[in-house]
Design a protein around this ligand. Structure first.
Ligand SMILES: Cc1cc2nc3c(=O)[nH]c(=O)nc-3n(C[C@H](O)[C@H](O)[C@H](O)COP(=O)(O)OP(=O)(O)OC[C@H]3O[C@@H](n4cnc5c(N)ncnc54)[C@H](O)[C@@H]3O)c2cc1C
Length: 470
């Protein structure tokens, strides 16, 4: 049966950039190849949980993996699972947690697909101990630009494998992924929450959590200045045998409409932050909670991105290496609070080291994520945050990004030249294109990561910044 193309409007979780294009939803390898051979540039995408434009096609069409959703095999002895790239973390949780298996690494939303997790080399709340998702991949089946299906791993076509892990969809369509699940004794976690008074105390507490807990994640009150700058709540967690494997019934709410712009302002964010800080008693607390609640707290509120209003928002997430983290975080927080734009979702985590991919985000250091509603002056703030990140040897995360400059990107990702060489070999015509690749001039770089003389092979055009979807 011929693959069907339909008109669709695609956006990211931040809703700041929107693309109207034709998309196919192939159900097997043959239909993916047909979609690939349709003539226009293409880009595979999963569940559109990237915040910016990493998954948005550029001058071409989209290939949704929604129907590539089969689990091919599962080995109860080794925990190795082979699944199609459209399988979501929610499905893996629902079907495998009651049997005592859980993914080794998960992002903060269960709506992400396995293909998206590979292509962004996502990290979780245990990066220090377990690395990112790509570290657990045994092999991948990739459909390259030629239509050929290549099985890739650290042993087979290792350069293409390294380019595909974190490769933001530019090396081909990931069809199947083999990775190992963890055996767990129960569906529950033992969680400790403690109030943190300021940034220095946070750095000390995170350094201890890195050594002492399996999982850790911090919320920060990004509006505080002076002595209370960096105050927040640190959550640490470990697997527990208590509670058994039976899951709790899922309860979730939905945000029914786009909040008006005035709803989210300095005063409401300040009030939210105060209440959120005080919800944990001064001497902390400990509880047992279902794994889904710990890993995916935001998923309990469907469409929470509508709280930022119709114009959407930008997320900024960077990592600053350990040696520079104290000074870098201080400058970032000072800049945000001075701009009066403290975001209520401000997350601080530690990362353990570099990923396997040429464009993997992690490095050993501290990562900070902040949301800013699209409004006047936000682009300028994002530029300042980019500069501070660069000053301290840090990196901005492509999965969240919508505004990084091409020059900044080149300085942050030192293996970009190797990545571009792989694209040149496997996709010389530039069949796989995204708005992000265009914005960051990812193609047309030579082995040293600098643009060659002459025009680059993908047209650069201005994207979003203050929001096309206004
Ligand atoms: C609430 C929330 C919390 C999050 N928390 C975290 C977190 O803690 N850690 C973290 O690392 N990330 C986090 N993220 C980001 C998210 O995990 C990533 O953006 C992830 O890639 C989304 O998966 P997706 O299926 O929606 O992929 P999409 O967003 O649709 O696509 C992501 C990238 O993968 C490519 N891609 C997708 N499928 C394929 C395929 N089959 N073949 C080739 N390329 C493909 C796309 O082209 C794109 O470049 C969070 C996002 C949200 C909304």
């Amino acid at each position: 049966m011929a693959v069907d193309w339909r008109q669709a409007t695609l956006t990211g979780w931040g809703r700041s950039t929107t693309v109207s294009t034709r998309v196919a939803v192939p159900g097997d390898d043959g239909e993916v190849r047909e979609a690939l051979e349709a003539g226009a540039p293409v880009l595979a995408y999963g569940n559109c949980r990237s915040y910016g434009d990493a998954h948005l096609p550029c001058d071409g069409r989209g290939i949704s993996t929604a129907r590539l959703d089969r689990v091919v095999s599962f080995d109860e002895a080794s925990g190795e699972i082979v699944c199609e790239s459209g399988v979501t973390f929610a499905r893996l949780l629902r079907e495998y947690l009651p049997r005592g298996w859980r993914v080794p690494v998960t992002p903060g939303t269960a709506f992400a697909s396995v293909g998206g997790a590979v292509a962004n080399d996502v990290h979780g709340k245990n990066h220090d101990r377990r690395g990112s998702f790509g570290d657990h991949v045994v092999w991948l089946d990739l459909m390259a630009a030629s239509g050929e299906i290549v099985r890739i791993s650290t042993a087979e076509e290792p350069e293409l494998f390294a380019a595909t892990i974190g490769g933001v969809g530019l090396t081909g369509v990931i069809l199947r992924v083999a990775f190992r699940m963890d055996r767990v004794p129960s569906a529950f976690m033992r969680i400790r929450e403690q109030r943190i008074s300021d940034l220095d105390a946070y750095l000390t507490a995170l350094a201890e959590a890195r050594e002492g807990a399996a999982y850790s994640v911090g919320w920060i009150d990004a509006l505080q200045r002076g002595a209370r700058m960096g105050r927040g709540i640190l959550e640490t967690a470990d697997v527990t045998a208590e509670g058994g494997l039976a899951g709790e019934p899922e309860r979730s709410l939905r945000v029914p409409f786009d909040f008006p712009r005035v709803a989210l302002n300095h005063l409401t964010v300040r009030a939210f932050n105060e209440a959120y800080f005080r919800r944990v008693p001064a001497n902390g607390r400990e509880r047992i909670s279902h794994a889904a609640r710990f890993f995916y707290p935001l998923d309990a509120l469907h469409d929470w991105n509508r709280i930022y209003g119709r114009r959407g928002f930008h997320q900024f997430q960077c990592v600053i290496p350990d040696a520079e983290a104290a000074r870098g975080m201080q400058r970032l927080l000072e800049t945000v609070s001075a701009a009066g734009r403290g975001s209520f979702l401000a997350v601080l985590k530690t990362l353990g080291g570099e990923g396997r991919g040429h464009l993997s985000f992690p490095m050993r250091g501290l990562t900070l994520a902040l949301d800013f509603p699209c409004s006047e002056g936000v682009s300028e703030l994002m530029r300042r945050l980019e500069t501070i990140t660069l000053d301290h040897g840090g990196r901005i995360y492509l999965a969240k990004d919508s505004s990084l400059s091409a020059a900044g990107f080149r300085r942050m990702y030192p293996k970009l030249g190797q990545f571009a060489d792989v694209l040149e070999r496997w996709d010389p015509q530039g069949r796989f294109r995204s708005l992000m690749a265009s914005r960051l001039c990812i193609r047309g770089l030579n082995a040293s990561g600098s643009p060659p003389d002459g025009p680059i092979s993908v047209k650069v055009r201005p994207t979003n910044l203050e929001g096309l979807s206004r």
